[in-house]
Write a protein that binds this ligand. Structure first.
Ligand SMILES: [Zn+2]
Length: 514
């Protein structure tokens, strides 16, 4: 197959573009002029006795985006659930929940509230006023805190469960934290079809121009969904799985080796948590929060456990990725990585003062960052005071030679890569977020393609050099030519994985097949 466009970006940083590429069996075999591509394709089709296919694309072709940190089933659940983002009062929240509750058969599920917008924390008494006959779970925008109604507390067994860590549940107000949110979320997820969740999530990403994603903290339900969807050929995009620690331990206990898979789907690692989120003040900081001096966050593991975990995943040749947002959490994880001599991943690395970045560089950690957080964390100055200048230091990470990949953390943020790229460049309007850390478009495109591929250790992805996967996205505009303000409105016209369309917005005007 030959793809011809006004511009075909082969890679970014160093940036190279051509007018055409030739693909055979899902891999790029030639990039260069249209004339030479057509002649190569002609010889190939004669030699192999197959039909010659020319795809003329009305748009700019780029390597497909690689989102290095997603939650696929969560992305699908967000689409199915009630969207609570941007709700500005408790009254408005209750009105929306009461109106939408009727469309759920069992669990009423919603996501995206933020107590700073609501004016106060929502409580179970609020929810009991509008939904009494069905359990309700409403997850905060960050995914680390949730509020439930009284029936949900009962259904989840939280009212009688003695073994449950009491610190994770505020019974009085119906607020759940960390593991307690995870357990409740799992109950809601169990009431849904796992194959549908994975397939729908995969489609959402393909529509956003993402050709490969790494799904972080895959649980049993998603894992089953993946294996079925894979065996039936229903996955749109390439996916690399990092199993949840719980699922990994269960498989390890019974001696089941995680799915080795192929270029489309495989288990590559295990994901764990060192802390929570800045939004919920559970990210583990080295000193108290500026807007709540009673806490410096919730540590969830120490370096000793990191060493143990690194050892057990190594047995299977797997990678380790640990969520660490606060500076104390990052430091602890890095210490564990140095002690276990493993070059593993850190997820988010949000609050990273220069001394912490130096330690990260010494441990040669790979980092997955989410530039779209810059927009969502509009309160970061209040939370961190002066420390806000150390938040999301992408440029410093690169300067010290860290391998960095971009991601959205969907459903936490919109999976549209251009949203993230825009905030990596503009750094939002937060005065104390250091603008010297802002990146240019080229570097941002690099981090969302080759950068993410490199932290996933897959060098056949992220660029279109001969030998690479024919994973491409067709864009309405050239990101390197438009004004910065126009970047978020660049549209994905089509997405191709292994030379096959997995999304095509408008097949009649986009592609001419010969
Ligand atoms: Zn995440």
């Amino acid at each position: 197959m030959v793809i011809v466009a006004s511009k075909v970006y082969v890679r970014f940083k160093p940036t190279r573009y051509v007018e055409s590429l030739v693909s055979l069996n899902g891999r790029v075999v030639y990039v260069g002029s249209k004339e030479k591509s057509l002649s190569i394709a002609r010889s190939l089709s004669e030699a192999l006795g197959c039909r010659e296919e020319v795809v003329e694309v009305d748009g700019v072709v780029s390597p497909g985006f690689i989102d290095s940190h997603v939650h696929l089933a969560g992305t699908a659940m967000k689409k199915i659930g009630i969207n609570l983002e941007g709700i500005n009062s408790i009254d408005e929240l209750l009105e929306v929940v009461s109106r939408e509750a009727t469309r759920f058969r069992e669990w009423v599920y919603g996501r995206g509230w933020d107590q700073d917008r609501l004016g106060r924390w929502p409580t179970r008494r609020d929810l009991d006023l509008v939904v009494e006959d069905k359990p309700v779970l409403l997850v905060r925008i960050c995914g680390h805190v949730a509020v439930v109604n009284s029936l949900a507390l009962e259904k989840l067994g939280y009212l009688k469960k003695e073994s449950m860590n009491k610190a994770m549940i505020d019974y009085e107000n119906g607020l759940l934290f960390e593991d307690a949110v995870g357990d409740a979320y799992y109950s809601v997820k169990k009431s849904m079809d796992p194959i549908k969740l994975v397939v729908e999530g995969s489609r959402v990403l393909a529509r956003n121009g993402i050709t490969m994603a790494s799904d972080m903290g895959v649980d049993e339900i998603s894992y089953i969904g993946y294996l079925y969807a894979y065996s039936r050929g229903l996955l749109s995009i390439r996916t690399r799985l990092y199993l949840s620690e719980k699922l990994f331990n269960e498989l390890d206990k019974v001696g089941v080796v995680p799915f080795g898979g192929d270029e489309l789907l495989r288990v590559v690692g295990v994901k764990s948590f060192a802390d929570g989120s800045l939004g919920a003040r559970t990210a583990w900081l080295s000193r108290e929060y500026d807007d709540d001096p009673t806490t410096s966050g919730k540590p969830l593991l120490d370096s000793g456990r990191v060493v143990k975990l690194a050892r057990s995943v190594k047995k299977y040749g797997l990678d380790l990725a640990i969520h660490a947002i606060g500076d104390a959490a990052i430091r602890e994880v890095v210490r564990g990585y140095i002690d276990s001599n493993c070059r593993c991943r850190i997820e988010h690395a949000s609050v990273a003062p220069p001394s912490v970045i130096e330690e990260m560089a010494k441990a040669r950690v790979r980092v997955s960052v989410q530039p779209r957080f810059i927009k969502s964390d509009y309160w970061v100055e209040e939370r961190l005071g002066d420390r806000a200048r150390w938040v999301y230091p992408f440029k410093s990470f690169l300067r010290l030679g860290l391998e960095v990949g971009f991601s959205s953390d969907t459903p936490v943020e919109d999976p549209n890569p251009f949203e993230g790229i825009y905030f990596a460049i503009t750094r939002g309007v937060l005065s104390r977020l250091s603008s010297s850390e802002s990146l240019d478009v080229e570097t941002s495109m690099y981090l969302y393609t080759s950068g993410s591929a490199s932290i996933l250790g897959d060098h056949n992805a992220g660029c279109l050099e001969p030998g690479c996967y024919t994973d491409v996205v067709v864009l309405s505009h050239d990101p390197l030519e438009v004004y910065v303000e126009e970047i978020p409105s660049i549209e994905v016209l089509a997405t191709m994985v292994g030379g096959k369309f997995v999304y095509n917005r408008d097949s009649s005007s986009c592609c001419i097949e010969d």
